[in-house]
Design a protein around this ligand. Structure first.
Ligand SMILES: C[S@@+](CC[C@H](N)C(=O)[O-])C[C@H]1O[C@@H](n2cnc3c(N)ncnc32)[C@H](O)[C@@H]1O
Length: 239
């Protein structure tokens, strides 16, 4: 299914915002939570640079460093972020540069459970002043399977029809001929596959343990669609 994966990669920003609807909104709110006197930020697992881009629009003076192990993602980030330092490197083996504020979005669910605490602490320790971590989270008593089902359901019901048509035609051009309904199911299978491969969604109880005490919690859960246990934690070590 390389053709479909390529398609989704080419349309990463667009696709991500459509499927995980709050992403755009939360990166904007997240950027606003960073104090304006901040001089440097580090974006861990920067991807295509969406979160840092929101920060740079708001505060053009801030020095941005981003790290990611996927060169294609970094190339997309480079298009958005003039003057940022983008490090092609593996989070697990690189030591992280110090920042005033570290931001990370949709990255920490990649950690396997047994290594989660030390990795989260590595991120926390890179930041001198504050940290914003956006990620999915399991509510108390919820399993990853429950969360994935909710996400797929939400996507099945809310994926914009015209976007689905576009995807259908684009896949057709790449030799995959499917009806609209088949395209929808195919899309959902892709998401399910990706989530089962890569995601270890963090239970809320563990986040409480690592990010305790969160001095400031962005009140976003209420704004997220019900499937998405999206959580932003903002620590202020040395206010
Ligand atoms: C779901 S994407 C999120 C990207 C971006 N932060 C956002 O919110 O759109 C996760 C990113 O983490 C990167 N990543 C995964 N494992 C990594 C690792 N071991 N070291 C560095 N980056 C990694 C991936 O390449 C990808 O760009």
């Amino acid at each position: 299914m390389e053709t479909a994966r390529e398609y989704f990669f080419d349309h990463y920003d667009e696709f991500f915002s459509e499927v995980f609807w709050p992403h755009d909104k939360f990166t904007k709110i997240g950027a606003q939570a960073i104090p304006k006197e901040t001089k440097k930020i580090l974006d861990v697992g920067i991807g295509t640079g969406k979160f840092s881009y929101e920060v740079s629009k708001l505060y053009p003076h801030i020095l941005i460093t981003g790290i990611d192990n996927d060169p294609r993602m970094l190339n997309k980030a480079r298009e958005k972020l003039n003057g940022a330092k983008l490090i092609l490197g593996d989070f697990y083996s690189e030591s992280l540069p110090k920042s005033d504020w570290t931001i990370t979005s949709m990255f920490t669910h990649h950690f396997r459970e047994y290594e989660r605490k030390s990795n989260l602490l590595k991120i926390v320790n890179s930041a001198e002043r504050g940290l914003i971590n956006f990620d999915m989270q399991l509510r108390d008593g919820e399993t990853q399977n429950d969360a994935i089902k909710l996400i797929l359901n939400h996507t099945r019901q809310n994926f914009p029809e015209e976007k689905l048509e576009q995807i259908m035609y684009a896949l057709k051009e790449r030799g995959m001929n499917m009806s609209l309904e088949k395209t929808r199911e195919f899309l959902l299978e892709q998401i399910e596959y990706e989530m089962n491969q890569n995601d270890n969604i963090i239970p809320l109880s563990q986040t409480r343990e690592i990010f305790s005490p969160p001095l400031f919690n962005l009140e976003m859960l209420a704004q997220a669609p019900p499937y998405f246990v999206y959580k932003a934690t903002h620590l202020n070590k040395n206010p």
